[in-house]
Design a protein around this ligand. Sequence first.
Ligand SMILES: [Zn+2]
Length: 91
Amino acid sequence: MTDNSSSAYIYRSQGLHATVHKACEKCGAPGKFLTNETIQQKWPGCYVPPGDERHDIPVGSHCPHCQASRSPGLMNYLGEIWRKNFTAGVE
Ligand SMILES: [Zn+2]
C-alpha cells in the first residue's frame, strides 16, 4: 500500500497603474508611440507599425513629430489604482 499526498497552491497578484501622457503643447501629438491609423495621418513622427516594440512607449523629452521640448509635467505617474491578490490551495 502506498501513501499518497499532494498539495497545490496558486498565488496570483494583479495591479493596475496609471500614467497620464499629455499631448504635445505645440502640435498636439500624443505623448506615446502608437500604431493607430489616426496617429499615422496626423502625427507620423509618433506612428509605429503594428508589432513595433516601441508601441505604447512614451516618446521621451522631445516630440518626435515637431521636435519641441516636452516639459516634465506632460507625463504624470498617478501610481497604483488597485491591486488584488488571490490565493487558492489544496492539501
Ligand atoms: Zn509636437
